[in-house]
Design a protein. Structure first.
Length: 349
């Protein structure tokens, strides 16, 4: 294995696009402005000023917000509260691998619905519902879906809300990427379009501030958030007050706007570089063999099979946010070399 590893496996920003100075200043303000709140246990709802700031951003009551240790914790709390063994949960095909792991560990009956370029196939979902399937939850990643990268169209957002209202299931709008759009126009959240209590929304500061801060949140109906808050109390008493206080100071200072602009600019450059490099190289083979061959050359990616219940043997996900533009070409060169080393093995078109 090459000593200078290049990882396309994790969707986390590289250090050069993290506002380290801004975070250092925010930490100083956190301990100066609110040493008691920053260093105390706090409560299961999260750091109160940050909770209030998030509620203001979404135009909802504070009682509808719960701040957690990253959005994965938010996901886990929602699933643990709303999904029992045997319950049907609809997910996109493909979907985030950790979502599949979480749901399957709970014993959920996971139903994958095909993903199209404009989002989940609502006709396929409607047919499933009309056939008698009654999900308790539909997990949707509406913006820059992980791993496919697709965005749910406005028409389909409305269609999903209508189906949720008609058939009585909750839409889990898992939306960590909305703020890092670098082309096209922003679409409204289903949370905002919903006229009832059909949507629970989750997001994270991992992509806009930094992943190490581990701060995410849920927005949902007051009674559900209260129920999850009780689970959070029994799980960890309270989340990380230090991290949440730093995020609060970072956000209210306006530093978050500059951080988002930096990330957008860098990701736009990186995806252009990655796309150009990939267009010059061959594609299509057994992803398990390619994974091993690439690993020997110091390149990591995530196999497409990880995002599916079945299939995907000739697919893979390349995450580019953690790889600087000058390393992308080298990473793809190694990946192509790994592919060529498999010549003679059965390729899948």
């Amino acid at each position: 294995m090459a000593s200078d590893s290049i990882s396309f496996a994790r969707g986390a920003p590289s250090l050069d696009i993290v506002d380290v100075d801004g975070l250092r200043d925010a930490a100083t303000r956190a301990f100066t402005n609110d040493p008691g709140g920053t260093t105390a246990y706090g409560t299961s709802i999260g750091y109160v000023p940050l909770r209030r700031w998030i509620a203001e951003q979404h135009g909802v009551d504070e009682a509808q917000v719960l701040v957690t240790n990253g959005s994965m914790q938010a996901d886990a709390f929602l699933f643990a509260t709303g999904v029992s063994a045997g319950d049907v949960v609809v997910v996109e095909k493909p979907t985030y691998d950790r979502t599949l792991l979480n749901l399957r560990s709970l014993g959920a009956d996971v139903r994958m619905v095909s993903l199209q370029e404009d989002g989940i196939d609502v006709d396929e979902l409607r047919a499933l519902l009309e056939g008698g399937t009654r999900p308790v939850l539909a997990h949707i990643i509406p913006n820059f879906q992980n791993p496919a990268g697709y965005t749910l169209s406005l028409e389909k957002r409305h269609a999903l809300l209508a189906l949720a209202a008609e058939y009585g299931f909750t839409i889990f709008e898992d939306d960590p990427y909305r703020h890092i759009r670098f082309s096209g126009e922003e679409l409204p959240m289903m949370l905002d379009l919903d006229s009832g209590d059909n949507v629970v929304y989750a997001s994270s500061f991992s992509k806009t501030v930094c992943p190490g801060i581990r701060v995410g949140y849920l927005v949902g109906p007051t009674d559900l958030i209260a129920k999850i808050a009780k689970l959070a109390t029994n799980t960890y008493i309270s989340p990380n007050m230090v991290a949440q206080s730093i995020v609060y100071e970072f956000c209210v200072s306006g530093a978050i706007d500059g951080a988002i602009a930096t990330v957008k600019t860098a990701l736009a450059q990186r995806v252009e570089t990655l796309g150009a490099a990939l267009r010059e190289q061959p594609e299509g083979t057994d992803v398990r063999a390619l994974f091993a061959a690439a690993n020997e050359r110091g390149v990591q990616f995530v196999k497409g099979t990880d995002f599916l219940l079945e299939g995907g043997e000739n697919t893979l996900r390349l995450a580019y946010s953690g790889v600087t533009a000058d390393r992308i070409d080298e990473g793809v060169r190694r990946l192509a070399e790994a592919y060529r080393s498999l010549a003679g093995t059965a390729a899948v078109a």
